[in-house]
Ligand binder design. Structure first.
Ligand code: 6R9
Length: 654
């Protein structure tokens, strides 16, 4: 264990397993050798203008060329200045004009088993019709459109229709409350809400339109509501003059709608993410830089090949859905599987059934899903042929090494590289990740930065930290996909991302770089636990707990402690029925043995479930309140299941 200075985060978990990339992937790979990666990385770092000039010209269509690559005056940035492009053109027209219109763009499966395939030509037609429909409703360039829809092709069509005419989409997870929708509508001054009359979830119908109706009572700027009839025989109240059926508007609209040439910095979308406290913030991304970053990172990280069937399981209500269901893969001309429903409906093998059925080559999912699969049991996996898989990906949280090993062995049959991709809503696309054909992976590390990403690890005093110690992860130089601001709140933008470490983008995560130059994300800065002056990262203690066979998931938080400053509270879900004092002691000893006495939890609570965001991230902030015995303050609008908190408090009382 390192000597603990107050300025850095201690690193106590040792992980020395190393998995070389499969040799078979090198031939024909997008980035096929270490030398090639190093060349790209060095070019982007040393001569960014030349590098991005070439990348911009090669990978996007320009109605008018840009005359400057990057204008940077931290934190203000503009990429591909004065160029004109269009993200919907890059996603659709470009492929159709290149003769690839018949290639499948989206292979969709609804939860009840209904299916639909859209080729690039068909998707283009649908997007044009929808874009003309939006215009009929008075939507113009610069208007904000909220989208609250199930994972159906129309969700993608709605996003691209906005992009086509320069309207700004704001996708809201279908499942958020009426209040959350109204907040977002009002903050963005949305003019239109696009929704559906329902969605299927675990065999039930959720009446989305009813939620929207309630939201619209408090949404002052919204003029219209466009409603997809997802559920055929669902009674749906429609308010005359305000509400329009998608099929009434779009089906008869003209399919002729040329993409509008848009300035590179035209806002493409706003996406609300929960701040740790206070109201959600609308992260703003603009057209050209974001589009390029999404495409390039998709190609690099998933080593995209023409015959791939790629499946990103994320919902479009999350940034992963924006960048890796829509803009990245479609700009790259990929064939994407899209699935509407739950992973455990009708049974816990739905994902494996889909992979077998569609011969999926690339699977991109989240640690929360992987932990659920482990819990549900290997028999669901064993029943299916997963030999089509080539590459596995993960995103959203750190993946505990034991979950990584399961993914590697059970899903990847020890032959598929795992790309553990670290990035954020704010970064627009993947920032650090293994490259499947060349990077030797270590379970729990997102390995190395992609070309164009210059990370720095900084201590509390603002100094760079030497390798091996944890500190605040910052990004030194601008990159094309970076956020351009928080919608309507420039002050918060500067304060949150640009003031603590001057001139650098502050990610809000802690990280450490090891002696091989690999990065290890250590969790959010706010989550660090200070035990007797030692600053511990949550993920390391959690990974130690998860490495015990009885533990499925673990969340660790600090709580006030008279002697140590902070004590460690652990919340765990386990496979054992009726866990008690014996297991509690065993887990304490296990952590002690794995990473040391200092990290031994002071209290361990067995929970049925942990509070998570809708994208599956454990909400440690809420657990901190429980551990400290306080009421929860701050925003809980992104919490997946409100009853979880009540259950945890009940368990606490017992
Ligand atoms: C894409 C996305 C961002 C935060 C990020 C970090 C955590 C995401 C991770 C990871 C460890 C990874 N995070 N990927 N932590 N390893 N591979 O998740 O965006 O929803 O904005 O969350 O998620 O803490 O700062 P977003």
């Amino acid at each position: 264990m390192s000597d603990s200075a107050a300025n850095h985060v201690d690193h106590i978990l040792t992980e020395d397993r190393l998995f070389p990339p499969p040799k078979s992937l090198a031939e024909g790979a997008v980035i096929g050798s270490e030398a090639e990666y190093q060349k790209l990385y060095d070019q982007a770092a040393n001569d960014p203008d030349t590098f991005w000039d070439a990348m911009g010209k090669k990978h996007l269509h320009w109605f008018e060329p840009f005359d400057q690559v990057c204008q940077w005056d931290a934190p203000d940035v503009a990429w591909f200045v004065n160029g004109k492009t269009n993200a919907s053109y890059n996603c659709l027209d470009a492929h159709v004009l290149a003769g690839n219109g018949d290639r499948a763009a989206i292979i969709w499966e609804g939860e009840p088993g209904d299916t639909r395939t859209l080729t690039y030509s068909e998707l283009l037609t649908e997007v044009c019709k929808a874009a003309n429909g939006l215009r009929e409703l008075g939507i113009e360039k610069g208007d904000v459109v909220s989208i609250y829809m199930p994972m159906t092709p129309e969700l993608v069509i709605a996003m691209l229709a906005c992009a086509r005419i320069g309207a700004i989409h704001s996708v809201i997870f279908a499942g958020f409350s009426a209040e959350s929708i109204a907040d977002r509508n009002n903050d963005a001054q949305a003019k239109l809400v696009i929704t559906a009359n329902g969605l299927y979830r675990r065999g039930k119908v959720l009446p989305l339109k009813e939620v929207v109706d309630e939201a619209l009572e408090k949404s002052t700027s919204v003029k219209h509501c466009l409603v997809l009839q997802r559920i055929a025989d669902q009674e749906t109240s429609m308010i005359e003059g305000r509400d329009i059926w998608w099929h009434d508007l779009v089906d008869s609209a003209s399919a002729d709608c040329p993409a509008v040439p848009l300035d590179s910095e035209t806002p493409l979308f706003i996406l609300y993410t929960s701040g740790s406290t206070g109201k959600p913030k609308g992260i703003l991304h603009t057209t050209a830089g974001y589009n390029l970053w999404a495409k390039l990172t998709f190609q690099w990280v998933f080593d995209h090949r023409e015959d791939d069937v790629y499946w990103c399981t994320a919902d479009c209500g999350w940034i992963t859905g924006h960048s890796y269901v829509v803009y990245g893969p479609l700009t790259a001309g990929a064939t994407c599987l899209m699935y509407e429903g739950a992973p455990n409906y009708p049974a816990e093998d739905r994902f494996w059934e889909l992979i077998e059925k569609y011969k999926v080559t690339t699977l991109y999912t989240a640690p929360t899903a992987i932990r659920a699969f482990i819990k549900w049991g290997d028999q669901h996996v064993d029943a299916h042929d997963l030999s089509s898989l080539r590459i596995l990906g993960t995103v959203g949280e750190g993946i505990n090494p034991e979950a990584w090993m399961w993914y590697h062995k059970k899903i990847g049959a020890e032959r598929c590289p795992i790309v553990d991709t670290w990035w954020q809503t704010e970064t627009g696309g993947i920032m650090m990740s293994p490259l499947p054909a060349i990077t030797a992976t270590k379970p729990g590390s997102c390995t190395k930065p992609l070309p164009g990403v210059i990370p720095a690890v900084i201590d509390e005093a603002g100094e760079r930290i030497e390798d091996g110690f944890g500190g605040m992860l910052c990004i030194e130089k601008p990159w094309p996909g970076m956020l351009r601001g928080i919608w309507g709140d420039q002050e918060r933008y500067v304060e949150q991302y640009w003031s603590k470490v001057p001139g650098m983008y502050l990610t809000g995560d802690n990280a450490r770089r090891d002696s091989d130059g690999y990065y290890w994300i250590m969790g959010r800065i706010d989550d660090v636990i200070n035990v007797s002056g030692h600053r511990l990262s949550t993920i390391e203690v959690e990974s130690a707990l998860v490495s015990h066979p009885a533990v499925c998931e673990a969340a660790v938080v600090g709580r006030p402690h008279e002697l140590k400053g902070q004590g460690i509270s652990a919340f765990v879900t386990v496979t054992t029925e009726n866990p008690g004092e014996e297991l509690r002691n065993e887990l304490r000893m296990h952590v002690r043995k794995e990473i040391g006495a200092l990290a031994q939890p002071d209290d361990i609570r067995f929970a049925a479930v942990l509070p998570k965001t809708r994208s599956g991230k454990i909400m440690r902030r809420l657990l901190r309140d429980i551990a400290a015995g306080r009421e929860s303050a701050g925003d809980t609008s992104t919490l997946e299941d409100y009853t979880v908190m009540a259950k945890l408090r009940e368990e606490d009382d017992n």
